[in-house]
Design a protein around this ligand. Sequence first.
Ligand SMILES: [Zn+2]
Ligand SMILES: [Zn+2]
Length: 258
Amino acid sequence: MKKIEAIIKPFKLDEVKEALQEVGVQGITVTEAKAFGRQKGHTELYRGAEYVVDFLPKVKIEIVVPTERLEAAVEAGPPPLAEEARARAGEDAEIFASRLHVYWIGALDGREDYLSRALLRPYCATLTGLDLAPQRPRPRSGCPACGGAASVAARRPDTDSARRFLCCALCGGEWPVNRIRCPACGEEDPYKLPTFQSDLHPTARIEGCETCRGYVKSLDLSTDGRLVPEVDDLASLGLDLWAIEQGFKRIEPGLAGI
Ligand SMILES: [Zn+2]
Ligand SMILES: [Zn+2]
């Protein structure tokens, strides 16, 4: 049993249960979250109607995280990842759950615990898809919906130029950002933000930062709107290997775990 807990508002419960089941998350158990106790009264808006509540009612849901992604990593992942996935699959349930929890509270990034990120993704995507803010830290540079880190960037055509988005590695959502700004450290000096391209991968480029030595891979959707940033990122892994050789570090690994 690979379990994780979440606290949500009760009126969302049915929707959450249904959506989680659709993505294969099973074994949902629900209890009242008494630990939250009474809080200040406030006004809630639910389906267009305003109502006042004396306290914030919450329920705790406990879910069993589906482990198919571990099996997929064992079968198809690069050897070090496959080995880690194999070890994780055989792990004691409590240790397994506490690893997920450590990732969830933001104590590790995706490079340090790629498997937890992959396992939590369907759960997190379901919550953000229902407009529920997952209870986890929100670093300034992270995804506004779930606090996850950006694994890839995309430039989409706009009226006169291209808009830049960051894609969240945890919930799969995206958010618009300033075109000239390092997503990791916030550097805005264009002379410290070099970009690198290769003729081999005309739609992808490395957006580096001389200040923190981080980089994000950016895909140009203004020339090819059919690209799916997170997936097409995999086609240009050669660029990542080159960037790593130059001493840059990808801010958050993509689907390949690099
Ligand atoms: Zn997110
Ligand atoms: Zn930086």
